[in-house]
Structure formats: C-alpha cells, structure tokens
Design a binder for this molecule. Sequence first.
Ligand SMILES: Nc1nc2c(c(=O)[nH]1)N[C@@H](CN(C=O)c1ccc(C(=O)N[C@@H](CCC(=O)O)C(=O)O)cc1)CN2
Length: 285
Amino acid sequence: MSAQIINGKQISDTIREEIKNEVAALREKGVRPGLAVVLVGEDPASQVYVRNKAKACEDLGFYSEVHRLPAETSQADLLALIERLNGQADINGILVQLPLPKHIEEKAVIDAISVAKDVDGFHPISVGNLMIGDDSLLPCTPAGVIELLKRTGNSPAGKKAVVIGRSNIVGKPVSLLLLRENATVTIAHSRTPNLPEVVREADIVVAAVGVPKLVKKDWIKPGAVVVDVGINRLDTGKLCGDVDYDEVAEVAGWITPVPGGVGPMTITMLMANTLKAAKTAHGIG
Ligand SMILES: Nc1nc2c(c(=O)[nH]1)N[C@@H](CN(C=O)c1ccc(C(=O)N[C@@H](CCC(=O)O)C(=O)O)cc1)CN2
C-alpha cells in the first residue's frame, strides 16, 4: 500500500481562489481588507516569508503595508508602531514576523496587538477564546492542518488523534482544534513513555516536534492519516519534516509531504484571518 498525498499547495491554491473572489465582492462594496506585516532585522528566511505575505496580499486584492525595521530597533519603538497600526482603520490584521531579535520581548509585542487585528492568533485573549470555544482568529498553521484534513475527507470527528509536540504555536492549538472537531486527542511529547506505542493507536497523527524524521513506519497504524508540521533543514540544504516520509508513506493512508504539505497553508490561513477580521470590522456576516 502507498499513502495518498495531501497536496497542501493545491488545497492552498483553491482556498486562495475562494478568498480572492470574496475580496473582489467586498471591494465592490467599498471594503478592502488590509494587512500590516512588521519585520525587525534581516533574518533571510523571515525576509522570504514577509515577501511571500506581501505577494499574497497583492495577488488576492488586499491592501498591505510592510514595515521593515533595523535589527537594533528598540522595543519601545516597535510597540509605538503597533499602537499606531492598532488605530489605523485601513489595517485589519497586524503580523509581527517571528523570531524577533533577542533584546525584544516577544510576549510584550504579541500582547500589544489589538485582539481584533491578531491575525496570527497568538494573543493570550485569542488563545483563551480558542480554549473555551469562543469565536476568534485561529492560529494559522493549526487552522491549516484542520483544513487539510477536512478538504481531503478526513474529518477528525470520532477519530483518535495523537499530536506529537506541545508548543504554544502548533502542538497545543492544533490539539484544541482537533478536540473542537470531536476527535479524541492525546498530546504526546519528549517525556511521553512508549511514544511509538502511543502513536500506533492513532487514526490521525500530527507531528510538530522539530526532530527530523522522528516518526517511523512501525509507529503508524496502517491506513492512518499523517500530518507533518515539521520543517527541518538538513546539512545537505534539503528540507525534511518530523516524519520519515519515504517509509511512513508505505503504511499510512494519507500523508503530507515536506515541503508542499502544511507549509503553504500557513500564509493562506493568514489571508483568511485578515479577510475575517475585515468583515468583522465592517459588521459583515
Ligand atoms: N508571526 C509569525 N511568524 C512566524 C510564523 C507565523 O505563522 N507567524 N511561522 C513561521 C514562518 N512562516 C510564516 O511566517 C512560514 C513558514 C513556512 C512556510 C512554507 O510555506 N513552507 C514551505 C517550504 C518553504 C521553503 O522552501 O523554505 C513548505 O513547508 O512547503 C510558510 C510560512 C515562523 N515565523
């Protein structure tokens, strides 16, 4: 048996088309969603992601502003910019690209973003809303994982899901979203005894642990859905996930590749969040 591939690029393109059409209709009514992206420093990977976000805005008809600040920008100056963007009516979403330079406290920056414009879904109030099941802007990568499952007919309802990883950005929120979708969820991590045995119980495995090729073929129940959130760069320069793709694909029912699986969904869900924030700001559906 060989797993069916979950093509994140293709699913992401479909969602972008849906968003583009909705934005075109909104613009007819005089509403244009706006996203501000803030980059501090010159991290090469972050520069690529920020460029891709600005390009997505252009392609889908959003207004966008990119604020590129030098690495030595003070925390006070960054907070002042966020405060200004919080008050700007043409901006519906604010994203500060992570990681930030060491002298800036990430939490202070996330806390300063208005909850209504928190399109990353990282603000403590957004996290609390997710926890209690209130409507909120959902963190992009976890929301992308749920979209990939649903759009390939792999509804989590009634399934056993094991999430490997407990980070605030992926592991914990994706677990809460799977629970919200009526899966029975186990969160496993580096201190979980008998990890392969725990994972073998799962109908859905989400790997978000940051260890290249950790998940092996004999950890997987035949036919299980395997979603790999890991992005690890090997010494060869090649990207790989947290799942040993070649061997796991022999037993899984469905599998996401790296690259081209979860990765492309992150920016797409950011655009979906910005659209949602704009509609809320204008009192639309
Ligand atoms: N404020 C934020 N900062 C960061 C986030 C985030 O969601 N919000 N996530 C990452 C970076 N990131 C977006 O910002 C991101 C990472 C990876 C991809 C992606 O499409 N990956 C591709 C591979 C790309 C490659 O070849 O390098 C894939 O997996 O297919 C998109 C966005 C950290 N910072």
